[in-house]
Design a protein around this ligand. Sequence first.
Ligand SMILES: NC(=O)c1ccc[n+]([C@@H]2O[C@H](COP(=O)([O-])OP(=O)(O)OC[C@H]3O[C@@H](n4cnc5c(N)ncnc54)[C@H](OP(=O)(O)O)[C@@H]3O)[C@@H](O)[C@H]2O)c1
Length: 294
Amino acid sequence: MSSTDRPGLNVIGAGRVARLLARCWHEAEVFEVRALVTRRPESARAAGRFIGSGRPATSLDSLGPAEFWMIGTPDDSVISAADALRACGQVRSGDTVFHLSGALAADVLGQWDGANRASLHLLKTVPDAAVAYASFGTPCITLEGDPPAVESLVPACRALQAQILTLDADAKAVYQTANVMLCNYLVTLTGMGVDLYRRAGINSRKALQILGPLMQETLNNTLDAGPVGALTGPISRGDAGVVRQQLELLPPEARDVYRSLGRETVKLAAAAGLLQDSDVDALDRVLADVSRCR
Ligand SMILES: NC(=O)c1ccc[n+]([C@@H]2O[C@H](COP(=O)([O-])OP(=O)(O)OC[C@H]3O[C@@H](n4cnc5c(N)ncnc54)[C@H](OP(=O)(O)O)[C@@H]3O)[C@@H](O)[C@H]2O)c1
C-alpha cells in the first residue's frame, strides 16, 4: 500500500485510454497513480498533467512497486510490453497485471510468478482522453482473466459507476468483433452515405445535418424495439425492383457492401414476418445477381 493507503497503479503505455482511466481512478481516490511509462518523454509528461498525478518515465527499470500494473499500449505491443515488464522483475506475487484491449484475452500477458492477469476493456470510444473524460457517463467495463485479478478490479470499476460485464477468454474475440461491427462500421456506413449525398449534389456538412436526426431516430427505434422490430425500407416491403435500381447505381465496392447487408436484412425482415416466401426469393435473386449489376 502507499502513503495514501490506496493501492498503487503503475501504467505502461499511458495513452488515451490509460490516462483517462488513471485520471478517473485518481479523482475517485481508488489508486495512487505512480509511474507513467510511454515511448516519448513529452507524452509521459502530458499524461501526468492530464491525470493530475504520476511520475513520468520512459524506461521500466526503476518504476517502484505497485499493486496494479496497467498495460495501455496498442494491441500489437501488449505482448512485448508484458514480456519487458516481466523481465524487469518488479511485479510481485499477488499483484494484478492487466491490459486494456477489447480483442485480446488476459492470457496473452503470459505466465507470471504469482501475479494475476486480467483484461479490462472500457466499452467507450476514446478519440481523445479529454473529450472522453468530459462525456464519461456510466460506460460498460468488460473484465476477463484470472479470477483473483478480475475480483481485484471489480471495486475499481464500481468506483467509476461502470456497468461490469465479465466474460470468458473464449468469448472475448467474438464480443470485440461485435463492437467493431457496430461502432466502427457505423462510422464507415455514414461515410458511404455522405459520399452518395455528395453525388446527389449535397455537401458533407449539409448531409450530416440532414442524416443526423434520421440516424438518431433509427438508433433509438432499434434500441427500443430490437433489430427485428425496427426495420423499415425497401427490403422490409419486399420491393425487389427498388433494391435492383439502388444496386445498379452504386460503384462496385459499395455494391458489395449493399449486397451483403441486404442479405442480412432479408433475414431480419423474414424473421419479423414482413415478407412472403416469394418476396424472399425475389430479393435473394436480386441481391445475389452479380452479372446484371457489374
Ligand atoms: N482508443 C479507443 O477508443 C479504445 C477504446 C477501448 C479500448 N482501447 C484499447 O486501449 C489500448 C490503448 O489504446 P489507446 O487508443 O489508448 O492507444 P494510444 O492512445 O495510441 O496510446 C498508446 C500508448 O502506448 C505507448 N506505447 C506504445 N508502445 C509502448 C511500449 N512498448 N512501451 C511503453 N509504452 C508504449 C504510447 O507511447 P507514446 O505516447 O510515447 O507514443 C502511448 O502512450 C489498446 O489495447 C486499445 O485496443 C482503445
